[in-house]
Write a protein that binds this ligand. Structure first.
Ligand SMILES: *Cc1c(COP(=O)(O)O)cnc(C)c1O
Length: 504
């Protein structure tokens, strides 16, 4: 059977026990309701709202309870998740989130804690945040940590604001320039630009690492910071980071490290030893809870001695009186130079609980093992696919394997086609077209939590697709044919999203 007949419409529009699901507004059957309310008491007014006349329908759909339950259950089944299958999204560290974490996060003392509760009633929650902060400092060797940032990008902003505050405090020449490698995640230059800094790209060498000579040529006394990712987004360890850090410090600048790739080095490298001044940690990547967990992520930032005085509020202090949240600048509490406040309240409690449960259940030895297994999994993918796809850089990788589209040249099949075909094969696509330093990038991060069996299935699928690309390019262009929807116009969806059912 060809894919065309497979994708042919059924009588009902449903396919393989999956219902084609309209919007809830399209399911509207006026007058239907899931509740049976008593009739309102009779009033003299003409309408049920008293004197206020109803001018038009409020536009809420009418559905019975089973219709509502089915609608949302079906939508949930269309949601691909790490609990449903392999999720090789490079840079995102989509690892299994142990059920133990969920059990802990749902304990009422954590799940129901209110941000305005008196401090005496949330001692356990504050202790948990403080204990996790202690682990993050121990794992990185850093002096201080800001726990409140709500995402990696928010952490970057926090780190760069502390750097700006430190420069202000020192006085001296204005420092506006920020050096960022070409391979950096888009949030790095975006953060610097959002803070009014001027971003300059540092080129990469042929082996996918920062070009140290080009970097040194750009360094000067008007540079505020360098934003580096290590391991970098090509999945490679930046070997010259110590030399780079020394040069940065000699120029009076600070070294910011994007720590989203901490999964590759956790328990093995203390970033303080690399000369880093500030680094965010994506709790929602490295410490399970992959992307979500019922709310925003969590991107705590660890700081070196030099930046520790500028760490933002709130901060937790533990002394004879128990745990205390310090929310204002205060000489006696050591927070006089705090640059301000990143966020209301204390941070993302649910992700903190999961991260501490993850850390304690692994222990120091388990975290050490996790990074080793993550790197092993990625190198297994690299070794097995290297003969089929082109690996642009030499040698072993860290936690993610990078390929470009050279092997697809002249087939008429693109990286995007491979990604879409993977959907038909039951796999979430890998990260594509990032990092920008290689053409048609495919960035695959299996993480430590995938079994050899699932990685092997993925590898066999990739090899199969690469072979089919040479013989039957046409079959790729319609993919995905088995998903609920075909190819979407992603640009229009992003630029002109239609977020309302009917615009009035
Ligand atoms: C995910 C990621 C970020 C940003 O983290 P968010 O929590 O999505 O804001 C930054 N840098 C790298 C390398 C990342 O992978």
């Amino acid at each position: 059977m060809t894919t065309a007949t497979i994708s042919g419409a059924t009588i009902s529009g449903h396919r393989g026990l999956q219902m084609d699901e309209p919007l809830i507004f399209e399911l509207d059957s006026p007058g239907s309701s899931g509740v049976d309310l008593p009739a309102p008491p009779k009033t003299k007014a003409k309408t049920r709202l008293g004197a206020v006349p109803v001018r038009e329908s409020v536009g809420l759909p009418g559905l019975s309870e089973p219709e509502v339950v089915r609608h949302y259950t079906r939508l949930s089944q269309k949601n691909y998740a790490i609990d449903a299958g392999f999720y090789p999204l490079g840079s995102c560290t989509m690892k299994h989130n142990p059920r133990l974490n969920e059990k802990m996060a749902r304990l009422p003392g954590f799940a129901d804690v209110h941000p305005l509760q008196p401090m005496t009633t949330i001692q356990g929650a504050l202790e948990l945040i403080d204990t996790l902060a202690g682990w993050l400092k121990a794992l990185t060797g850093m002096k201080a940590v800001a726990m409140s940032p709500a995402a990696g990008a928010h952490g970057e902003m926090c780190g760069m604001m502390a750097i700006a505050a430190a420069h202000d405090h020192r006085g001296g020449p204005a420092r506006k320039r920020v050096l960022v490698p070409e391979s950096a995640h888009g949030t790095n230059p975006a953060t610097a630009a959002a803070l009014g800094m001027v971003v300059e790209a540092i080129p990469a060498t042929a082996d996918g690492r920062i070009d140290l000579a080009a970097f040194k040529a750009k360094l000067g006394f008007d540079v505020a910071a360098v934003m580096l990712t290590n391991p970098n987004t090509c999945g490679l360890f930046e070997r010259d980071v110590r030399e780079l850090a020394d040069a940065v410090h000699q120029a009076g600048a600070f070294l910011y490290c994007d720590g989203a790739n901490f999964n590759a080095i956790i328990g093995r490298v203390r970033v303080a030893d690399l000369g880093v001044d500030a680094m965010h940690i994506n709790l929602h990547k490295t410490f399970s809870t992959p992307h979500g967990g019922g709310g925003p992520g969590s991107g705590p930032v660890v700081f070196s001695q030099a930046l520790a005085p500028f760490v933002p509020l709130p901060t937790i202090i533990h002394d004879d009186d128990g745990y205390r949240l310090v929310e204002c600048q205060d000489e006696d509490e050591g927070t006089a130079l705090a640059f301000g406040r990143m966020k209301a309240f204390h941070g993302q409690m649910g992700v903190f609980v999961r991260a501490l449960a993850y850390t304690l259940s692994h222990g120091a030895d388990g975290l050490h093992q996790a990074s080793a297994d993550a790197v092993l999994s990625a190198n297994y993918v690299l070794a097995k696919l290297k003969g089929t796809l082109n690996a642009p850089f030499e040698g072993p990788c860290m936690h993610e394997a990078l390929f470009d589209d050279k092997s697809l040249k002249d087939t008429g099949v693109t990286t995007l086609d491979i990604a879409k075909a993977l959907i038909d094969e039951g796999f979430h696509p890998m990260t594509v077209y990032f990092p920008l330093v290689v053409h048609g990038a495919m960035l695959i991060e299996p993480t430590e939590s995938e079994s050899k069996r699932s990685i092997d299935q993925f590898i066999a699928t990739m090899i199969g697709l690469a072979e089919r690309a040479k013989e039957d390019a046409a079959s790729f262009h319609a993919a995905p044919t088995l998903a609920p929807r075909r190819r979407l116009d992603e640009t229009t969806a992003a630029r002109k999203p239609i977020l309302r059912w009917k615009t009035r």
